[in-house]
Design a protein around this ligand. Structure first.
Ligand SMILES: [Zn+2]
Ligand SMILES: [Zn+2]
Length: 153
């Protein structure tokens, strides 16, 4: 029963990943990236290549040719490469950056004490605690407009 079944490098055995350089090495998936960098130095002659979809997939050139066709990470990569499927994250993020910079510039400096603000503060205390975030947001929006208006005078 001690016959060792052939392990496929890079495959999972009992929750451990088999090192593609030496099938004796068994690693926690979280340690794989660090181990592969170290282990690659110990096997400089190994003609191993990294998977374009996941750099923890290391195979021989021959195996990689078949691996890229079956790589589990391939679908996500194809998903991101499809322009129609691209999430509008990037343009939206940059727009947000520009907007926020402008907002910060336009924003008046820290408001100084004035009777109006004092009234608004009292208003918060009088306001019942049960107010939802929408009501508080509305209050803050009104307060901001008030500050902006005060800044003009
Ligand atoms: Zn190794
Ligand atoms: Zn892969």
């Amino acid at each position: 029963m001690s016959k060792i079944s052939k392990v496929v490098p890079g495959s999972m055995v009992d929750g451990y990943v088999v090192c593609p350089f030496d099938s004796v090495h068994r690693l926690l998936p979280s340690r794989l990236t660090v181990h592969l960098i170290r282990c690659a130095r110990n096997f400089p002659s190994a003609k191993m290549v990294r998977c374009p979809f996941n750099n923890t997939h290391v195979h021989s050139v021959a195996d990689m040719t078949t691996h890229v066709g079956t790589c589990p990470n391939r679908s996500t990569m194809v998903h991101f490469m499809n322009p129609e499927q691209l999430p509008p994250m990037e343009p939206r993020a940059s727009n947000f950056c520009i907007e926020s910079t402008e907002d910060w510039d336009a924003e008046p400096p820290a408001p100084t004490y004035n009777p109006q603000t004092h009234c608004e503060k009292n208003f918060i205390i009088i306001n019942p605690q049960g107010n939802g975030p929408a009501a508080r947001r509305e209050f803050r929006a009104r307060e901001r407009i008030r500050f902006m208006e005060n800044d003009k005078f």
